[in-house]
Design a protein around this ligand. Sequence first.
Ligand code: SAH
Ligand code: DHB
Ligand code: MG
Length: 221
Amino acid sequence: MTIDTTEGTWQALDDYFTAGLLTRDADLAAVEEAGLAAGLPPISVSPLQGKLLALLARAAGARRVLEVGTLGGYSAAWMARAITGHLVTFELDPHHAEVARANLDRAGVGDRVDIRVGPAATGLRALLEEGPEPFDFVFIDADKASNAVYLDYAVRLGRPGTVIVVDNVVRQGQVLHGTDDASVGVRHLVDVLAARTDVDATAVQTVGGRGYDGFILAIVR
Ligand code: SAH
Ligand code: DHB
Ligand code: MG
């Protein structure tokens, strides 16, 4: 038997699993479509990845979710629908945030989502100063150069058992040797995780409609 490892097959299997395992959801599809129509880049998580986030949040019993990197609110919509509590998400670009606001309101989860506009590092510091209830689940998906900074805030805003997911840690394989900011940022995150004794982490490489990529899954001890 021959093994087909081409990208077309990744996409075909993505389509197959999406059709087989996900019920078509008009609200979520509308979030994705409105983002693209507004000119946002096509870099949100895929439907299967969105559902993975939702399932992980549920598995963690998450009530409070923190996200870094909102874009048009697609991943936020998946997570917000999976929880009964509250989601705080950070977005640098006011246009992205405005599109996300409208999208999440239209999807019926607007009352559960707080979108904070500006550089996430500044916003996270301000949030920490508010002394909020701990977050149960964190999705880090913004500028990859700041991954280690965001991880540190995630731990400080979390509690023992908080689940942290970091997106795009493979980037078509570039992360291993790439000298671009994103690749360097991911490798720095791995170094930081290797040195920290208060977080347990693993990495999962993925293929699919978004190409060859992966995520880090971590839990605060
Ligand atoms: N999580 C989204 C995709 C996020 S794309 C989804 O899957 O649907 C990354 C987003 O991070 C972009 O919208 C970008 O504007 C934002 N971003 C980049 N740098 C940032 C920063 N310093 N602070 C907050 N957001 C940032
Ligand atoms: C990029 C960012 C993402 O969050 C993603 O999932 C894919 C690509 C990017 O900046 O290229
Ligand atoms: Mg991403």
